[in-house]
Design a protein around this ligand. Structure first.
Ligand code: TA6
Length: 304
């Protein structure tokens, strides 16, 4: 792995209005700290995992548990984990990690750029041919993921999956974003009215959403055929989620009992977070032909 010194030598950015630097983060995992005139952000190289995004003049948008543990090859409770190249439990092998391996491996930094818009662009790559034998045994098809994070007044995330193998591949994926909310009991999610969902809390039975999504118990749902814009309203601010290339939306809050069992959501942490995940899961998984690619793109914007 590149040392912090090497990473800064090759990729750090510094001008009058912006900085991008590499530092050793918790758990001895390197992180990127970005600050520009429009926002600040922190991104872990493990999982290309956004841990913080604060637009100028706003409060933190991304939630990370106060009890999150940071360790090599371990997922983090919070931020924007990348679930890839499958979502949830593996279809055939329960020994494989839930949500795939992308969120627990080091991604390669390919480029860092300060844009004329004042935004900062960071590009990561994950080449499955460079994974360890265990991970390659889970996913033998030559596949390269590219992930572009643009940090500004909006946060833009673009996950491109390139099928470099000789046969078609089928991927499940999600940008598993933990949003910070004032109180989930006073929060609603609009944009899913009339949509069908698979209810994980009820044996994945298929149901239909009526009106906005609200949370007063465990919610764990895969909404299907939901390519449109969504809005989280926590009565203090609105957060607009606009996406392309994502047919599913996963909505999750463990509520108190499951949160206590999980043990890493912190005291009453479940009241301060709502996962709204731009995904392709269940019947929305994506097939990619040889030498073709699929792009999942989402932007987040705070509106008062
Ligand atoms: O996205 C919702 C979900 O699949 C839930 O079922 C819950 O398992 C959550 O992801 C967290 O998964 P993790 O593997 O990060 O504990």
């Amino acid at each position: 792995m590149n040392t912090i010194e090497n990473l800064n030598q090759h990729f750090s950015l510094e001008d009058d209005n912006s900085q991008l630097t590499f530092k050793m983060g918790a758990g001895d995992i390197p992180v990127i700290e970005v600050k520009n005139e429009l926002a600040s952000a922190v991104i872990s190289l493990q999982g290309a995992h956004v841990l913080s995004w604060i637009p100028a003049g706003e409060k933190e948008v991304i939630w990370v548990s106060a009890d999150a543990s940071f360790a090599v090859a371990k997922s983090v409770r919070g931020g924007i984990p990348i679930c890839w190249p499958w979502f949830g439990a593996h279809e055939t092998n329960n020994d494989f990690p839930a949500h795939g391996f992308a969120r627990t491996v080091l991604w390669e930094v390919m480029a860092t750029q300060q844009l004329d818009t004042g935004e900062t662009l960071v590009t990561f790559k994950l080449d499955t041919n460079k994974l360890d034998d265990t991970q390659q045994s889970m996913w033998p098809q030559a596949t390269v993921a590219e992930y572009k994070i643009t940090i500004g007044k909006k946060l833009s995330l673009e996950l491109v999956t390139n099928n470099n193998s000789k046969q078609a591949i089928t991927i499940g994926q999600a940008l598993h974003t933990y949003f910070s909310v004032d109180d989930v009991r006073n929060t609603s999610l609009s944009g899913l009215d009339g949509k069908d969902y698979l209810d994980k809390t009820d044996s994945f039975n298929r149901k239909t959403q009526l009106g906005d999504v609200t949370v007063s118990e465990e919610v764990d749902r895969i909404y299907l055929n939901t390519p449109g814009t969504l809005v989280i309203d926590d009565a203090k601010r609105k957060l607009v989620i606009s996406k392309q290339g994502s047919s599913s939306t996963v909505v999750w809050n463990p509520w108190q009992e499951v949160a206590n069992k999980m043990g890493d959501l912190g005291k009453d942490g479940y009241l301060k977070m709502l996962c709204v995940e731009s995904a392709n899961a269940a019947e929305d998984t994506v097939s990619i032909q040889p030498n073709e690619a699929h792009t999942l793109h989402v932007t987040y914007e705070v509106r008062e």
